[in-house]
Design a protein around this ligand. Structure first.
Ligand code: 13P
Length: 246
């Protein structure tokens, strides 16, 4: 099975119009790529960024969507709105949304359905806290999140899974290669479809990317801080392009 690898950048709550120049630089550096390249900026930048990256390898995604298609939900964004603004993907169930907004895996599953209904690929995030890892609960936590966050019908075309240990996000700490390998092997075994892409996320940077991409069953990365600057993100993309298949 051929899996097209994916380098995804999550800008989180960072970026105003002056940062569009980073997307412009990234698009200029990647007119084409052997991997998929994705930026998920704040929703306010999607439409203008879509014009900038047009014709390049850079695709766009949102960072969350509502479970309903439309209605009286002040401040929320529907999946169709993201699609309309130029997104092809949406990140769902990020640990920051689970923590900041109390999103449960059942909430995430409902959002995934909404994303699919609007033609978006869902990037579903899973990950254990440090306390859960210390208590040897990692695979149990990941297994439960996986089972509860993915609705029936998830497949390689409509879903990407991102393993993001909560304790590795924004901390500069990464799991050992063995720890990443263990979780990714588990995800490969339990994913609904053999071709579902499995991303690693949490303190990926230009210096550690190649060694992370060499781990079995790592099909790419979901990158936070190091995706904000084109110069950094492009080095991560290059490392993914150079990594061996599968
Ligand atoms: P950092 O790469 O900044 O650790 O963030 C990871 C992340 O949460 C991506 O979704």
């Amino acid at each position: 099975m051929t899996i097209t690898k994916l380098a995804a950048g999550n800008w989180k709550m960072n970026g105003t119009s002056k940062h569009l120049s980073e997307a412009k630089t990234l698009a200029a550096m990647h007119p084409a790529s052997s991997v998929e390249v994705l930026l998920c900026p704040p929703a306010t930048l999607l439409a203008s960024m879509a014009r900038i990256v047009l014709g390049s390898a850079v695709q766009l995604g949102g960072q969350d969507c509502h479970a309903k298609a439309k209605g009286a939900h002040t401040g929320d964004i529907a999946a169709e709105m993201l699609f309309d603004a130029g997104a092809g993907y949406v990140i769902l169930g990020h640990s920051e949304r689970r923590a900041d907004h109390g999103e449960t895996s059942a909430d995430v599953a409902a959002k995934v359905e909404a994303a699919w209904d609007s033609g978006l690929v869902a990037i579903v995030c899973l990950g254990e806290t440090e306390a859960q890892r210390d208590a040897d609960e990692t695979l149990a936590v990941i297994g439960a999140q996986l089972a509860q966050s993915l609705p029936a019908g998830a497949n390689a075309e409509n879903t990407v899974i991102a393993y993001e240990p909560v304790w590795a996000i924004g901390t500069g700490r990464t799991p050992s290669e063995a720890q990443i390998a263990e979780v990714h092997a588990f995800l490969r075994e339990h994913a609904p479809d053999a071709g579902v892409r499995l991303l690693y996320g949490g303190s990926v940077n230009p210096d550690n990317a190649a060694s992370i991409f060499a781990i079995a069953n790592v099909d790419g990365a979901l990158v936070g801080g190091a995706s904000l600057k084109a110069a950094d993100f492009t080095r991560i993309i290059s490392a993914l392009e150079s990594s061996s298949p599968g």
